[in-house]
Ligand binder design. Sequence first.
Ligand SMILES: [Zn+2]
Length: 373
Amino acid sequence: MHPLITYLNAQLPAMTELLTRIVSLESFSADKAGVDDVARLIAQELRSLNAEVTIFPQTTTGDHVLGVFNRGAGSPILMLLHMDTVHPRGSFAARYKIADGKMYGPGVFDMKASHVIALYAVQALQALGQMPRREIRTLFTSDEEIGSFTSEALIIEQARGAQLVMVMEPALADGRLKSSRRGVGNFTVVARGRASHAGGGHERGINAIQEMAHHILAIHALTDYQRGIATTVSEIQGGIAHNVVPDRCEIHVDARANTQADADWLTRQIYSLRPVLPGAQLEVSGKFERPPMECNAERLAIFERMKQIVAPILTLEHGPSGAGSDAAFTAPIAPTMDGLGAVGDGLHAADEHILLSSLVERAAMNALILQAW
Ligand SMILES: [Zn+2]
């Protein structure tokens, strides 16, 4: 058996216990106190591994935590993690359990198991005297699930100059790495008309909701599953009273694309919407906040090298992810691979869980990559 696997197998009870502690600290993105509790625990764990720890205090979201090993040595690797989850406080007690070799709990798969995997990858290398002489940055952010508005600049700063960015998001089914990510765009469309009485002044009104109805259908018609394009009008507001022709309607558009070319095309289509009703006005704002990460030749080369490095312990595969991640920010500036976290299922769902055995396997995998890259 590989020495990393032997060491980590012995650590599995401690890894399970640490993961339980992290999952019990519920950390919904909007719950700053909850995310900060996780940040404090992570900072403490990093310090116990002799990392140099920096806290980046935030006002509206949880604080970000950076742990650096071997500062200034060799060419740096960045491990990228997030501490927030999509689960509001109060779901831990009902959902947490260990059964059939799996741990269930809010955020356990996305991505608290990854915290344990990253920490124990370093611990295993230290314990076996195999820590590479290179800078290892571990960045734990607080707002990935809501678009990384406060962490984007820090992520880009830490990824710059890195020889590899290991995005510790959950793996695909069967442990496949995520070699491409869909881009995520957020757009707002506002239609303006003219208010009037719905009875007596009907002909003088310009109905903003009626105007928007045309655009809702036009936006949905852009969806093309074969091209990997999906558009969703996900929120709508308009109107003030039963008997008033509405003068304002606003929608939110969630847009997804697999390639930068399609993201640009979709952006152009949304910005080229024009008013249909005489006298109506239309305003469009927004953009692709997370550009697509494409599975290009560079990504395939990174995958092939990782596959070779980890061959002594497992056979690695890769595939596409339909969701976005912070890999979108690092892929344009540094070699990036995603999906290095745990194996499990039920992402963002009530039955979210991981395979406990994957804590050992994935920590060993990440340790090998840190060492050999
Ligand atoms: Zn995630």
